[in-house]
Design a protein around this ligand. Structure first.
Ligand SMILES: Nc1ncnc2c1ncn2[C@@H]1O[C@H](COP(=O)(O)OP(=O)(O)O)[C@@H](O)[C@H]1O
Ligand SMILES: [Mg+2]
Length: 446
């Protein structure tokens, strides 16, 4: 079935195609589609209910709700700026986007774009699934309970209690997006949450770029809109690494599969900044802010801060500390203000091979470790001990306080650190062979 999408002048500018038998749901054209599917209601012309899918649109249409019903062209994945003019005319917008983690984030992002003061949200609880999944058919009651997103500067617990309850009820979603490839990281960090700042450090060549590439790919595959700032290596090389990590085998030996894989990769919500080498923080922040607005970015990665600052040796040490602190500060504020996760790769200050790195080995002043919600350190014990392994240490975790380590075993063919799912037998023998110098990978220190 085809549904026409109209722009602000009521011209048909695209269509949405659904086929429930083949679970196809796509919007064409994919780029710059400013069209929305919209119903014309008998009354309440000033109010529109925004839903992500055609079946939701039809369910509400069927129930004859008294507002305009608008089906967003790209569901919860992003709200194109080209759609905004068509929604300008409504005084009140009710966002009914569902109770998936992604929908939670989308509701807040979209409301910010649409103007929080005119937005209401159908609270994402289990009783408020999407219209086409809802058990209760009393849509009017659900819509009348929609609550404002906008808070005044001062609030009371009475206003917050619904949020607190809903957070407790949905603790799994509040904990963030779980990695598919790194179960140990889920155990320690619980998940990847919006609005946080993560700093990762480790010796040169220890695999920071390789690891962060895979960690961000894992999240992007799950719908986290991702913006990469690769200041150290060319975008094409980074994309090649990610493509290989997605494939799980060497691409150069399987070139006949390239097009299929590339088509699959193209569908992922990953964007690359075109900067390379030294850039002014102001210019970078402008690009990041713009992308966040246009593509609803949920994760920004800067690899790495030193390359962004420039590496000129003649600069005074103090000046470099000061400039790095300013960069960390800018990203910290951005993460909080835009509810976006930022991952900064920062080189360590000392690189003595016989010592483990700590949070105070991060280059610069204490700013980076103070401002970060999470500090990840790649430790390479292979250099100091024959039995030593390479592992990722969670050295700070503001959310739950759990610290611990995840062993990094490198699969060269797949450029991957993906954790193997072990059989029980194997795990047992592993545990018994664990001595005090090599920590078990499921080690969580509370
Ligand atoms: N555990 C590992 N064992 C062997 N080689 C690795 C390992 N991790 C990464 N590499 C390789 O080492 C090189 C440098 O890794 P990279 O991610 O660029 O490190 P960094 O960003 O920390 O400087 C890459 O070619 C990568 O494929
Ligand atoms: Mg690197």
């Amino acid at each position: 079935m085809f549904f026409p999408l109209e722009n602000i002048e009521s011209e048909v500018v695209g269509y949405r195609k659904i086929n429930s038998a083949h679970s196809i749901d796509e919007t064409l054209p994919t780029i710059k589609c400013g069209g929305i599917l919209i119903s014309k209601p008998p009354k309440h012309k000033d109010t529109a209910v925004l839903v992500p899918n055609i079946p939701d649109f039809l369910a509400l249409l069927n129930a004859k709700v008294n507002s305009n019903i608008v089906c967003l062209p790209n569901g919860v994945s992003n709200l194109s700026q080209y759609v905004l003019p068509s929604l300008e005319k409504y005084k009140k917008l009710i966002l009914w986007l569902g109770n998936e983690t992604k929908a939670w984030e989308a509701a807040r992002d979209f409301a910010r774009k649409l103007g929080e003061k005119r937005c209401l949200i159908v609270r994402p609880t289990d009783a408020h699934k999407l219209p086409h999944l809802a058990e209760s058919q009393d849509f009017k009651a659900i819509l009348s309970e929609a609550q404002p997103i906008w808070h005044k500067s001062i609030t009371t617990f009475a206003n917050l209690r619904a949020d607190v309850y809903s957070d407790l009820l949905n603790i799994d979603k509040v904990q963030g997006v779980k990695w598919k490839r790194f179960p140990t990281l889920n155990k320690i960090l619980k998940g990847h949450r919006r609005g946080e700042l993560t700093v990762i450090t480790g010796p040169t060549g220890s695999g920071k770029t390789t690891f962060i590439s895979e960690y961000s790919l894992d999240l992007a595959v799950q719908g986290v809109n991702t913006l990469w700032g690769s200041f150290e290596i060319r975008n094409a090389r980074l994309a090649k690494t990610m493509l290989q990590q997605m494939a799980g085998f060497p691409l150069d030996e399987n070139l006949h599969l390239f097009d299929d894989l590339a088509n699959e990769f193209e569908k992922l919500p990953i964007y690359f900044m075109t900067f390379h080498g030294q850039q002014a923080i102001k210019v970078v922040m402008e690009a990041v802010e713009h992308a966040t607005y246009v593509y609803d970015i949920g994760h920004v990665i800067i690899d790495n801060v030193q390359f962004m600052m420039g590496m000129t040796e003649e600069q005074k040490h103090l000046d470099r500390f000061w400039r790095q602190d300013a960069i960390v500060q800018a990203f910290r504020q951005f993460a909080t203000r835009k509810n976006c996760h930022v991952t900064l790769v920062i080189h360590p200050r000392k690189e003595r091979e016989d010592e483990d790195l700590t949070t105070s080995s991060i280059f610069g002043g204490a700013k980076a470790s103070q401002e970060a919600d999470n500090v990840l350190i790649i430790q390479d014990r292979r250099l100091t001990s024959t039995k030593g392994k390479k592992y990722l240490q969670v050295a700070k975790n503001r959310y739950s306080g759990d610290l611990g380590v995840m062993t990094l075993e490198f699969n060269k063919a797949a450029l991957s650190y993906q954790q193997k799912t072990k059989t029980k037998e194997k795990k047992k023998s592993d545990e018994s062979s664990t001595d005090s110098s090599t920590q078990d990978e499921s080690n969580v220190i509370s």
